[in-house]
Ligand binder design. Structure first.
Ligand code: HAM
Length: 450
């Protein structure tokens, strides 16, 4: 007979999510809800209206806009055929769909510039790793219809404000660059190809391919040898036209005026082909040298609307990765306010105390205080540990002495200080401490609208 083993064999459930995609569990939904609210609030303040484009589009929408030779189009798209053999693709980013929609719905007839925002899932067949997923969420902003560096500055300022609201601004730095107009860039691309010719053997496989198709991407490769070569490569700005350089100077002026700190990164080129002039990224300071370090990025795409069949129309935009923001918020210990958060935990010791607790809990709840009672038989310490887990701001403690004297103890859990209050004053005292505006009063008629 085989010997019995103490080893616990954890069996994998038969069904799992595919690699690179994740459930959003309740705890993360609290972050999503909060981020969505912050984005909506800041967007409204600045006059943006929400837009949602379909999860899938004709493949050509992305090929044309993002560019055939970009990493996204050449190897990261989820493309499939429908029953009639048409090629469709799950959207890998938001701008292409928004531009398609702008043209299709004649949005050029609306007052310009048109300011749109979105909060949507996107799909890229990327190599999954921390911060890089195959389904991920972005919020994004697009301003279409005007070419002015003040708008680039406005988009950057808006994104910065949101990072600030979410408590992650401290971990980020803003990097900016100009990649000039498409015309001006041609000359530089030629110079770059000349520079790398003969050095192919030192490049990674991806860069050897990019040298033929998209040489500017060699500048922001994160492989060690490629980075060394990129450091010595000719600088883009030396080859750009006056218009692009003046535009960039204007942008710098506006950012300075708004007191926004930034760093020039001449190697910042971004991975999508539609950009012209301004490009920028918000990168995590600690992860300067690694991939997946951007919490958001964007730039100007003045040629894209014409390329997609519309009238020549300038535009600028940005998008931010929500999973990466959430990871940063967690690292920074940013607590997200949730409607489900409890206000009060009621702990008791002894049967007498328990009897007093029940009506008290009822009164607290009726007053709009979200209250949980520990009515089991655990010691006060065990109950306080539970209160800690629920992260309640206040705990009410009732023991034998309190029952005898008609009192209760209100403990401020964060500060660890407590006060003794007459039993009949507990509710009003806690209402005051929590604040009228934070109460959750149950009024059946209003529930529909809350
Ligand atoms: P992007 O730089 O490709 O730009 O993506 C924006 C942000 O989405 C990134 O900075 C990152 O935070 C997040 N992100 C991208 N790929 C992944 C992934 N596989 N997993 C997790 N997060 C990811 C754009 O998408 C442009 N459409 C931005 C834009 C809008 N430009 C002009 N308007």
């Amino acid at each position: 007979m085989a010997e019995e083993s103490d080893e616990i064999i954890v069996q994998k459930p038969p069904f799992q999510t595919p690699k690179g995609v994740h459930d959003i569990l309740p705890v993360d939904h609290e972050y999503h809800t909060y981020i969505k609210k912050v984005v909506r609030h800041r967007a409204r303040q600045a006059g943006f209206r929400r837009v949602s484009t379909p999860i899938f589009e004709f493949t050509e929408v992305f090929k044309r806009s993002i560019g055939d030779t970009s990493d996204i189009v050449s190897k990261e798209m989820y493309t499939f055929q429908d029953r009639k053999g048409r090629s469709l693709t799950l959207k890998p980013e938001g701008t292409a769909g928004v531009v398609r929609s702008y043209i299709q719905n004649n949005m050029n007839q609306l007052p310009q510039p048109l300011m749109l925002y979105y909060y949507e899932p996107h799909f890229r067949y990327d190599r999954p790793q921390k911060g890089r997923y195959r389904q991920f969420w972005q919020f994004g902003f697009e301003i279409i219809g005007e070419s002015d560096a003040a708008l680039d500055a406005q988009i950057i300022q808006l994104a910065y404000k949101i990072y600030q609201d979410l408590g992650v601004d401290k971990v980020l730095k803003l990097q900016i660059n100009t990649i000039g107009t498409a015309e001006a860039r041609k000359k530089y691309v030629g110079v770059l190809q000349d520079y790398y010719t003969g050095k192919e053997r030192s490049l990674c496989e991806d860069c050897r391919y990019r040298l033929k198709t998209n040489p500017m991407r060699l500048l922001d490769c994160k492989q060690e040898d490629c980075k060394i070569l990129a450091q010595l490569a000719p600088i883009m700005k030396d080859y750009l036209d006056k218009e692009s350089l003046d535009f960039h100077e204007e942008l710098r002026g506006y950012l300075d005026e708004m007191g926004l700190k930034y760093e020039e990164n001449p190697k910042l080129v971004r991975g999508l082909d539609y950009y012209a002039k301004t490009v920028f990224e918000f990168v995590e300071i600690e992860k300067d040298q690694v991939a997946q370090n951007a919490l958001g990025g964007g730039g100007r795409y003045d040629g894209l609307i014409e390329l997609m069949g519309g009238q020549p129309t300038p535009a600028v935009g940005m998008a931010a990765g929500i999973e990466r923001i959430i990871a940063s918020m967690k690292r920074e210990k940013v607590r997200v306010p949730s409607k489900d958060d409890l206000h009060v935990f009621v702990a008791q010791l002894g049967n007498e105390a328990k009897r007093k607790c029940l009506p008290l809990i009822e009164k607290l709840r009726n007053a709009g205080l979200k209250t949980m009672g520990a009515l089991g038989k655990g010691s006060i310490n065990v109950q306080l540990k539970i209160a800690d887990k629920f992260k309640v701001p206040y705990t009410v403690l009732i023991g034998l002495t309190e029952v005898r004297e008609g009192n209760a103890i209100i403990r401020n859990m964060e500060k660890g200080v407590q006060e003794t209050v007459k039993m009949e004053k507990v509710v009003s005292r806690l209402v005051k401490l929590i604040g009228e505006k934070n109460l959750d009063r149950y009024t059946p008629g209003e529930l529909l609208y809350s």
